[in-house]
Design a protein. Structure first.
Length: 622
């Protein structure tokens, strides 16, 4: 959720810190701040509640030429959003400053111990506990080893000692007053990425702030500590000593994290879906063998043939793609599938046989509930896979194997292109598992040809944008919506309702269309529109009956239907036409109009589309 940036080098630190924090706004936050080491041997902290623009204005009032500093955007967990609780926090007698992502579960007991030692607290945060704990640990190291102000091993030892006492999750960026040439970083459960430059180095909680500044990065793993100076980085494991950094190429470029000509990131990412879907499929369709190819599953075909059951676990939008995966795997691969909310699975103890394979589905790879569920399944000895969009993320590192989506950075809080890429990846996985079992060569080739046409079908669907804007204007004042679909399009109904709730704050519910008459139909009146997702399929006539039931009770109907469907036009109040695709690809095409419709309603209602209230892109707390 929260964001961290850091800079050490010859340039003015605040210039990178502010730009980096702006690129992290999508993660969700309520306050922000920076800490820079000034030339007088002290640490200057500037904080502000609200948007980054407010912080930038405060810094501009008292500019400084510091060339080392850290910055933070906070999403409140402990303490209300105010300047006092905003990060960075001082530790000791302003001996250090710290920015922290994550939650410290034993902060109360640590705080009491520090209070007994005379440390004074001014905030309600768990982060200030870490700050004073670090100051106390440094004091101990200095007493033990003498005052060697130029020895970076002493503050590093203090960081190691302090983090051993923490229970919970953390991504830490620390600057010490006595060691003005270095930034210290430590990670457990909350991501941190180091960017390597020429005579300068960068720190961030994901790669977005680094694009355009460097193309060489190092992902920190759990229990790792990094020391960043102008000369380079030193990397070590908290308990195992120095390690060599694994330097990787940053695949994100500055253009990918810029808005371009679009008004909002969400709209930009909706329109990027033909490209993001193509990127997810690139190199993974094998015409000769009529199957999909995945290099990261780390299991042989013989091992995968022994899998008798699959469990998908996820949260939010990713959970809806998992539901699509359930239909795909059971129809194409004939493998029984269960879909579990990760927040529930982590605390349940469901019986699972040895031939069960776990798939964790996540955009960010840092979702706390999904990560905890994955770890619990690994603890029980199950094989785990990840479907993820972020290389180097916690889930990507901890799973036994998996698939990267390659959808590109997704900045808007409400997921769009990552969702459709997840669905495409699941189609290819279902094809792969099906070809291992019963799917014929000819059927495999047919599925591949259908997939190859998909980007063009999505491109054509985007042409409905103007019509969707008109429909949004018509219904912008409605306060309740029903979203209804059947079979493959039941998950689409759920996801469409979620998108509207997320960015427009309008109440919406998704249901299987046939279930509407078992209770939700009581909500139907002339002020409650029903959105039917009903491309042609084997249960089309059944869905038409559900439409008639709504119309008989005076409810407005908006239909998502395939081109040439004149029958629905005679019944529905508004129809959005999409291209005809095979049923197993309908969720990918039919969600596009619902994404656009939600976007336009949110804009018309004056909502902050990319940064909806109370939400964060990467939910890294329970």
């Amino acid at each position: 959720m929260c964001g961290i940036v850091g800079y050490v080098g010859p340039k003015i630190a605040n210039e990178f810190l502010i730009e980096g924090l702006r690129r992290l706004e999508y993660r969700g936050y309520d306050s922000a701040g920076t800490a820079t080491l000034n030339g007088g041997g002290g640490i200057d902290i500037v904080k502000a509640v609200g948007r980054i623009s407010g912080l930038a204005a405060k810094i501009a009032q008292t500019p400084n030429a510091a060339t080392i500093g850290i910055g933070h955007t906070r999403w409140a967990t402990h303490g209300v959003p105010n300047e006092c609780n905003a990060h960075p926090h001082y530790g000791g007698n302003e001996d250090l400053a710290i920015a922290h992502n994550g939650v410290i579960e034993n902060h109360a007991e640590l705080k009491q111990s520090l209070v007994n030692k005379g440390y004074e607290f001014v905030s309600d945060t768990d982060t200030e506990v870490i700050a004073h704990l670090l100051a106390d640990s440094l004091k101990t190291e200095l007493e033990r080893n003498g005052h060697a102000d130029d020895d970076l091993a002493l503050p590093a030892a203090a960081v190691r000692a302090a983090t051993r006492k923490l229970r919970g999750t953390y991504g830490l960026a620390i600057v010490f007053r006595q060691y003005p040439g270095a930034i210290f970083a430590a990670r457990l459960g909350s991501p941190l990425v180091i960017g390597l430059g020429d005579g300068e180095n960068f720190l961030a909680s994901d790669s977005a702030p680094l694009a355009g500044y460097t193309d060489r990065i190092v992902y920190l793993s759990d229990h790792q500590l990094a020391v960043l100076t102008t000369d380079g980085i030193q990397l070590s494991h908290r308990d195992q000593g120095d390690i060599d950094p694994d330097i990787q190429v940053l695949e994100v470029n500055a253009e990918q994290v810029d808005l371009g000509h679009f008004e909002h990131y969400m709209l930009k990412e909706i329109y990027e879906q033909p490209e993001s879907i193509s990127n997810t499929m690139r190199g993974r369709l094998n015409d000769d063998d009529a199957t999909a190819v995945f290099g990261g599953l780390n299991l042989s075909p013989q091992e995968l043939r022994k899998i008798k059951r699959i469990v998908f676990t996820a949260c939010g939008t990713s959970w809806h793609s998992a539901l699509v995966g359930e239909y795909l795997f059971e129809e194409i691969a004939h493998i029984p599938v269960e879909v579990e909310y990760a927040s529930e699975l982590r605390y349940r103890n469901p019986p699972m046989d040895n031939d069960t394979l776990i798939f964790a589905i996540t955009q960010s790879g840092e979702t706390a509930d999904t990560l905890a569920a994955l770890r619990e399944m690994k603890r029980q000895g199950h094989l785990t896979m990840a479907i993820c969009n972020v290389v180097g993320s916690s889930i990507a590192q901890e799973a036994d194997g998996g698939i990267f989506l390659h959808a590109g950075p997704e900045i808007g809080v409400a997921s769009t292109k990552a969702y459709t890429s997840q669905c495409v990846a699941l189609v290819m996985l279902a094809l792969y598992f099906g070809r291992l079992r019963h799917v014929s060569y000819n059927e495999g080739r047919r599925i591949i040809e259908d997939l190859k046409k998909l980007p063009a079908m999505v491109e054509k669907t985007l042409e409905t944008n103007d019509k969707l804007r008109e429909v949004a204007e018509k219904y912008q004042h409605a306060t309740n919506f029903l979203y209804l679909g059947r079979h493959y399009n039941f998950p689409t109904a759920l996801e469409g309702a979620l998108k509207l709730k997320e960015i427009s704050y309008v109440h919406a519910e998704g249901y299987p269309a046939a279930e509407m008459k078992h209770g939700p139909i009581a909500l139907v009146d002339d002020q409650t529109p029903s959105v039917f997702v009903m491309p042609r399929g084997f249960i089309y006539d059944k869905v038409m009956s559900n439409v008639e039931e709504i119309k008989a009770r005076g409810g407005p109907v908006i239909a998502i239907a395939v081109e040439g469907d004149n029958r629905i036009a005679e019944v529905a109040d508004d129809v959005i036409y999409i291209p005809s695709v095979e049923e197993y690809l309908q969720p990918i095409v039919s969600i596009i109009p619902l994404q656009l419709r939600s976007y336009h309603i949110a804009v018309l209602r004056g909502c902050d589309v990319d940064k909806p209230r109370n939400l964060a892109k990467s939910v890294t707390v329970e």
